[in-house]
Design a protein around this ligand. Sequence first.
Ligand code: PMP
Length: 297
Amino acid sequence: MNAINKADYLWKNGQFIPWDHANVHLMTHSLHYASSVFEGIRVYNGKIFKLEQHIKRFFASAEQLMLKIDYTPLEIINMCKELVSINKLSNAYIRPLAWMGAESSKLLSPLLSTNVMISGWEIDTPKSQPLNLCIAKWINIPPQSIPIQCKTGGRYTTMIINKAESIKQGFDDAILLDWRGYISECTTSNIFFVLDNTIVTPIADACLNGITRQTIFDIAKKLDIIVVEQHITPKLLLKYQECFITGTAVEVKEVRSINFTALKDQNIATEKLYNNNLITKIVQKNYRNLVNEQSSF
Ligand code: PMP
């Protein structure tokens, strides 16, 4: 289990401050009501990957939560770069966060401030063992309840309890179904399947349209691999030959098995095994090459 690798400084409301001075008041609104938005961004060899796309999504998430960030996207982009530079980050994770302050305990008040911080810390290379997934106990929050492309803390309650439940049962992570019963995403990643050299993934109408997901589309296009976005029922999973998940933190990870125990009543075989993840390995290799080539600075 890895503790966070403290960097020297983080950026908060316009200033670089020492990591250990980065505190908030216990009455902070977002601590009580999850009224925050955030991003997760990767740094490879000192360069930031897909920075503009992440900051664009950060501002779009903030707007959906009616958080008014007092900085421009370009200012936040520049602060991310400066953060990497002053902390001498090399292979790292960057976390911009916007949150409501401690000025009121009401659900909404004009007194509430919007705060912004950016932190970043060195990380270890993600583990490469194939994953064992299960079907999640709790379904994903429907897009009718929270805007689905909004990366708000509130959306992650479902993810935390599903992750905890999957680990308790001996799995690595869980695949959440959407409110219609279709496959949507894992707790911090998108999911892909392979059938006869075609890549299949859920339509992003009930899951995050991940930046890594979009990068996989670009890679597949370059490799002349067809990508199909479609609604996928759990029963369909039995026919796919490969499965992988994607996300900024997990990158591209092979899936070894899916267990269907949460769907006992739906007459589905209890386990699907994936042995020969050929397309997955090609996509993985191309993703690795891309992050090393295309990080922007
Ligand atoms: N789905 C969820 C729920 C996530 O938290 C993430 C990670 N941000 C993803 C998908 C993958 O998104 P991205 O590729 O933009 O990191």
